[in-house]
Design a protein around this ligand. Structure first.
Ligand code: TA6
Length: 281
């Protein structure tokens, strides 16, 4: 396990024999680097990102659980602010990290009072060749059913967000956070990022494509019904201390989520959602 001296926050590197690699921080179980075999960095992390206990790294792949977006809990839930434990590591293949209610730091136990459930969350991160696969598994270890919403929130590095396009969402209904949560139907062939874009697409197909110049990233999902696209635009980066000016041109988020309909989990039941990214050029 590695540790960056200046930030003293532990991470795990998984390096496949073919040269593909991924770095996962224990804080937030946050993937912060993915380099496919023969490729270069596919994830964006801001130069102003903060690291360490309790903070979420600006970029990489935050885990939103047990709440996506704002609500009773703080924005995106508490999982991204907690230190996860490594429970399995197969060098060159995958790592599994785990979080349970017993792992929540004291300040989060208080703030998580709105979601007082016993749970076990596991994130499996597997890297190989041109793909990266993340599976979030949630088990209800409580004595009563509980509900949650969730997302895996990758920040993909792009050469220029102004020319990046996401294909596969045409004709779908979406909720636009920038229009007070009003719902619309996607009329374009592709979603573009001329500025701030913040949408949840309902019942999204399990395969989307991110086109960035001549580069194509295939983004697959299983178990997550919804997809989110986000770019903060210049106002969004200016209003957050952990973004640098101009970062909005270097990233787009294409997320897999269970958002419109909360997942309802009975005691002992298990839910799984997977997002797989395949670098195609
Ligand atoms: O996934 C999109 C979104 O929920 C946006 O509404 C935007 O706020 C973004 O995530 C980032 O949120 P954060 O709390 O990390 O600044």
């Amino acid at each position: 396990m590695g540790e960056l001296a200046e930030v003293a926050t532990p991470f795990v590197d998984v390096e496949a024999v073919d040269g593909a690699s991924v770095r996962v921080y224990l804080d937030g179980a946050q993937v912060a680097s993915w380099i496919p075999a023969g490729g270069d960095e596919q994830l964006f992390v801001s130069t102003r990102a903060q690291y360490g206990a309790g903070v979420s790294i600006r970029g990489g792949i935050p885990v939103c659980f047990p709440q996506f977006g704002p609500g009773l809990l703080p924005q995106h839930g508490f999982a991204r602010h907690c230190r996860w434990r490594v429970v399995e590591l197969v060098l060159g293949e995958f790592v599994v990290l785990e979080l349970g209610r017993c792992d929540l730091p004291a300040q989060w136990l208080e703030r998580a009072a709105a979601w007082p459930h016993e749970f076990q969350a596991q994130l499996r991160v597997e890297v190989s060749g041109s793909s990266l696969e993340l599976t979030l598994q949630v088990t209800n270890t409580d004595r009563v059913p509980f509900e949650f919403t969730t997302a895996l929130h990758p920040y993909f590095a792009v050469r220029d967000a102004l020319t990046a396009r996401v294909h596969g969402l045409a004709g779908l209904s979406y909720r636009d956070a920038l229009q007070g949560g009003a719902e619309f139907v996607e009329r374009g062939d592709a979603v573009t990022f001329p500025g701030n874009v913040d949408r949840v697409y309902y019942g999204a197909p399990d395969v989307l494509e991110l086109h960035d110049g001549d580069r194509v990233l295939r983004i697959e999902k299983r178990g997550f019904p919804d997809a989110v696209v986000w770019n903060p635009g210049p106002e969004g980066t200016a209003s957050r201390v952990d973004f640098a000016p101009g970062d909005e041109r270097q990233m787009v988020c294409v997320e897999a989520g269970a958002i419109r309909e909360p997942v309802v989990l009975e005691p002992g039941a298990v839910w799984r959602g997977t997002q797989r990214m395949v670098w195609q050029s």
